[in-house]
Design a protein around this ligand. Structure first.
Ligand code: FE
Ligand code: CA
Length: 537
């Protein structure tokens, strides 16, 4: 028996309890016991943002849509009242064998988004679904459940991606991803960028720099109106997590990048951004934001083959040491044991989960590079003010927005992975618009120390525009970074094929994203053998 778990009164209660203190929600006066959701005639397709599914388990999955007939108008061209949305789930792509259906109310205070948690499903199989509102029907989406927790599936094929700046390039990489037909997609953040629209680029953001709920909603709608992006969402379930740009560049917990912004002001902005993110993504109700807080770290198991710990390294982190996130020497401020990326609660949750895991591969899906990769100091610019905290010409710099700025917690985590013999740890990373592969050691500078884990850093979908292969830079960096195995600065994503014996990462890169017709191919492939950390040579 298939059940549908969606309780709008709870949603609304949660909204009011959690949100009212920091967010002025556009409450609907007519809502209440007398409320009658109306069905609508739409002037344009209310499903312009497509459909999506996410956070699958062996017996359930989230089905998502958001009524938004005019993505580039305030409130998506929707009236400030609830609208009934019917959904159905079938075992065939023609929607003939419907096994579950229901109706939910798309609420204006949730941007007319719909998150249906379908439960009681069969494991390890595809399902198809669609929505109706008024006289409009959505496209048919395909999703799938995961294998039973104690099953040993023969293989897992999934893709991970990050950083899709609308203005800097087209989302061509998703066309190749769709052809590869992965079981699911993991998105590691920078799903949108918060900056104001700029002329002279590939495409243009509508509106100014994002600060209010309406701004964030419209930006998400603009991005999701891209057919390659929403087509990929309709093809398989996604696990999403955010990085900084879903709110603001390089923010840390309640600390804005901008000087002089109080924590209270910034948390109001963060609450708006988190709410719009929840509305835009196929997330479970357990991720419904409460004011400026939203639970995004969570776990998924693909049988006993792989366990995915999806992390949030923004919401709970301490501020970047040394004052900002730029490259600095690995000094006392970076090594301060009080610095944290995960926060105490998430770190405990992660470590407890890793100890309890029975999976062959233990995957950390997270945002910022864990490899302690050092770069040469930049040449001082003529006439520029001297930055006393920047590396001198003879020093090497490490990004303070990444794990090197939180070096104590990083070493602690790697020591834990080694000491507790966590099986085959694999770290997946986004953020830096470049492909890296790193063999991770407790101290990456010590080439004789044992390798503990392997990190695959995936490049951006479009951020940075057309890139380069960076082979010269790689050779220069490897002199100082014994764990660094690969660097490539083109656009793309990473396709992973996982069996009980081997992990294979295929770096798919696109030759051009600033115009249509970019060709995608394999830039490099890396293998990790189970029981032998580090990429096999
Ligand atoms: Fe980015
Ligand atoms: Ca980022």
């Amino acid at each position: 028996m298939v059940r549908m778990a969606m309780d709008n009164s709870l949603t609304r209660r949660d909204l009011l309890r959690g949100g009212a203190s920091l967010l002025c929600l556009p409450l609907v006066p007519s809502f209440g016991p007398r409320h009658r959701p109306r069905s609508h005639r739409f002037l344009a397709d209310p499903f312009a943002l497509g459909v999506a599914s996410g956070d699958p388990r062996h017996d359930s999955v989230v089905l998502w849509t958001r009524l938004c007939p005019q993505p580039l108008l305030p409130e998506g061209g929707m009236p400030a009242e609830p609208v009934d949305v019917a959904w159905e789930l079938a075992t065939d792509d023609g929607m003939r064998a419907v096994v579950a259906r229901g109706t939910v109310s798309a609420l204006p205070e949730l941007g007319h988004s719909v998150h249906v948690e379908c439960t009681g499903l069969a494991p390890d199989r595809h399902y198809w679904y669609r929505f109706r509102a008024g006289d409009a029907a959505s496209a048919i989406g395909r999703t799938r459940t995961l294998p039973l927790p104690d099953a040993m599936p023969a293989r897992l094929r999934f893709a991970f991606a990050s950083c899709q700046h609308w203005e800097q390039g087209l989302f061509t990489a998703y066309a190749d991803m769709a052809r590869q037909d992965p079981d699911f997609v993991v998105h590691l953040g920078d799903y949108i960028y918060e900056y104001a629209g700029k002329d002279g680029l590939v495409r243009k953001h509508v509106g100014g720099k994002l600060t209010a709920l309406g701004d964030y909603r419209m930006r998400h709608a603009q991005y999701r109106s891209d057919p390659l992006l929403h087509g990929m969402h309709a093809q398989c379930p996604w696990f999403v997590t955010w990085d900084d740009h879903e709110v603001e560049n390089n923010y840390a917990d309640a600390v804005s990048e901008k000087k002089g912004v109080t924590a209270e002001e910034f948390l109001r902005q963060r609450a708006a951004a988190y709410r719009a993110y929840y509305e835009a993504m196929p997330l479970r109700r357990s991720s419904l934001p409460k004011g400026p807080s939203m639970r995004l770290h969570r776990r998924a198991t693909f049988g006993r083959l792989a366990e995915l710990s999806v992390l949030d390294t923004r919401q709970y982190r301490s501020d970047q040491p040394n004052g900002d996130g730029r490259r600095k020497p690995l000094n006392d401020a970076a090594r301060d044991p009080r610095n944290t990326l995960l926060g105490a609660e998430q770190k405990r949750w992660l470590c407890d989960g890793l100890v309890a895991s029975r999976a062959v591969w233990n995957v950390l899906a997270q945002q910022v590079m864990m490899g302690l990769v050092s770069f040469p100091a930049p040449k001082p610019k003529d006439g520029a003010a001297v930055d006393a905290s920047a590396p001198r010409h003879d020093e090497r710099g490490y990004s303070m927005d990444q794990w090197p700025g939180y070096a104590h917690e990083r070493a602690d985590l790697l020591r834990f992975l080694a000491a507790r013999k966590i099986a085959n740890p694999i770290v997946l990373t986004g953020d830096i618009h470049a492909n890296f592969v790193n063999d991770l050691r407790i101290d990456d500078a010590d080439a004789r120390a044992p390798i503990v884990a392997t990190e695959f850093v995936g490049t951006s979908i479009s951020s940075g525009g057309d890139g380069t292969d960076a082979s010269k830079e790689l050779a220069a960096l490897q002199e100082f970074n014994p764990g660094l195995r690969f660097l490539d600065r083109r656009r793309g994503y990473v396709l992973c094929e996982v069996t009980a014996d081997e992990w294979r990462s295929d770096y798919r890169t696109v030759d051009v994203v600033t115009k249509p017709g970019g060709k995608t191919g394999s830039a490099a492939r890396f293998t990790v053998r189970a029981g032998r950390p580090g990429v096999a040579s």
